[in-house]
Ligand binder design. Structure first.
Ligand code: HMG
Length: 421
């Protein structure tokens, strides 16, 4: 099925298309049409000092191909042009066979930090000798994960020194299966804390999951036939080379790296929110991974192979997402997101999300090194400006059209146009 021009349909037509494509049940389609949201009483049980509900636009990237399978991806974002950009780049990459994504590992790491260690050598030897026992203690603290095929896998330690203090840090790596794993890890680590204190004759400072999730890495890559980047092949080649240079620049300059990675997270955050995942955790994981070499760098790499006219893209980052737990079973919009995606398991979801991040990066870089970001972004921003100026929904298109032709596209111009309309 082709989704070309999907964005020109009405909201109701889009929902019908998804239903006819078998991605939405009748019940979920009606729920979207009727804008059914999280029940307010359930919301009140989820958080503290609750007042009401907070709304954001719930959109769809019509088609992205990952590991030879196509997905429609729900995206929650307030920012104009993010969904259009992701759709645009996914369409380009699909012409060259889509994205390939590999799960490099899927375990979560937690740590018990010890200090005031009486004898570091003795303490570390004691940990090494008792590794099997410590793993058993960890597993006994959260036995349900063993039944699901997961459990504590590895114990290691490192000595870290700062401001005259020596820390003995004990790391636990756990296979958390479909969960994000924070509760599993924290239960296990808290069970280990007192035992480690005794074993090492040290003081335990804290026991907590780490969001520097280096045992949960996912790689997405794509090979784009350069001719698909522009109708003019020479122009397409220039764009490919500039995208390569832009990815090198994002590794050279921290000011650029932060923006480059923000662009990647435009897409990643949008699906994380839609799928009920903890986007703060994934943001923290992505940014700490970007600084893993001691310097904060752009997360993606683009290489232009001139001989074969292929642009290679790659994005590797931690993606410890969940397909169960948290708010996933409580929020109807989140349930619909998983339904539209075909109820993927955590690893498949991580592959889709990482590919979307790379698509989002491609769209931004392609725009930046060719027409500039404002052409596409501001074209779509015009509607938000029209609304901000006070345009009614039936006036938005007309005001936005005039605004796009105006010399200065800003709120003041939008307000002037609205008076004329
Ligand atoms: P275009 O070339 O004018 O688009 O791009 P087109 O009309 O040729 O359409 C191509 C495809 O784009 C369409 O295929 C759609 O998939 C999609 P079709 O359906 O026609 O077969 N598309 C749309 N989808 C939904 N709604 C729309 C729409 N228009 C096109 N209205 C486009 C226009 C905006 C897509 C392009 O200029 C673009 O990708 N720009 C990048 C914009 C961007 O990255 N925005 C993110 C916000 S800016 C930011 O925060 C990040 C940044 O700072 C990061 C960084 O610096 O790295 C930039």
């Amino acid at each position: 099925m082709t989704f070309s021009g999907f964005y020109k349909k009405t909201r109701e037509e889009r929902i019908t298309i998804l239903k006819e494509a078998g991605l939405l049940s009748q019940e979920s389609a009606s729920s979207l049409i009727n804008k059914e949201l999280l029940n307010v009483d359930i919301a009140g049980q989820m958080v503290e000092n609750h007042l009401s509900l907070f709304a954001l636009p719930y959109s769809i990237l019509p088609q992205i191909m990952v590991n030879n399978k196509t997905y429609s991806v729900p995206m929650v974002t307030e920012e104009p042009s993010v969904v259009a950009a992701a759709s645009n780049a996914s369409k380009i990459v699909m012409q060259s066979g889509g994205f390939t994504s590999q799960i490099l590992k899927r375990e979560m790491i937690g740590q018990v930090a010890l200090y005031d260690v009486e004898d570091m050598e003795l303490a570390t030897k004691s940990i090494d000798l008792k590794k099997d026992y410590l793993l058993q203690v960890a597993n006994a603290a959260h036995p349900s994960i063993l039944k699901r095929g997961g459990g504590a896998r590895e114990i290691s330690w490192e000595i870290k020194s700062e401001s005259g203090l020596d820390f003995l840090v004990v790391y636990l790596s756990v296979d958390v299966q479909e969960a994000m794993g924070a509760n599993i890890l924290n239960n296990m680590l808290e069970a280990l804390k007192a035992i480690l204190e005794e074993l090492t004759s040290a003081t335990a400072l804290m026991a907590i999951l780490s969001n520097h999730a280096t045992n949960s890495l996912v790689r997405a890559s794509c090979k784009i036939e350069v001719g698909t980047l522009d109708t003019d092949l020479e122009q397409a080649r220039k764009i490919a080379r500039k995208i390569e240079v832009a990815s090198i620049f994002a590794k050279a300059d921290i000011y650029r790296a932060a923006t480059h990675n923000k662009g990647i997270f435009n897409g990643i955050d949008a699906i994380l929110i839609a799928s009920g995942n903890d986007w703060r955790a994934i943001e923290a994981a992505g940014h700490s991974y970007a600084a893993k070499d001691g310097k904060y760098k752009g997360l993606s790499t683009w290489i232009y192979d001139k001989e074969n006219d292929i642009l290679h893209g790659e994005l590797t980052l931690p993606m410890p997402v969940a397909s169960v737990g948290g708010s996933i079973g409580l929020n109807p919009s989140v349930k619909i997101c998983h339904e539209i995606l075909g109820k993927p398991k955590a690893k498949e979801l991580a592959a889709i999300i990482t590919s979307l991040g790379l698509a989002q990066n491609l769209a931004a870089l392609k725009a930046l090194v060719s027409k500039g970001i404002q052409a596409g972004h501001m074209k779509l921003q015009a509607k938000s400006l029209a609304l901000l100026a006070g345009a009614k929904t039936d006036q938005v298109e007309e005001v936005a059209d005039k605004l796009r032709q105006a010399k200065h596209m800003n709120l003041e111009t939008a307000q002037k146009i609205l008076i004329e309309v």
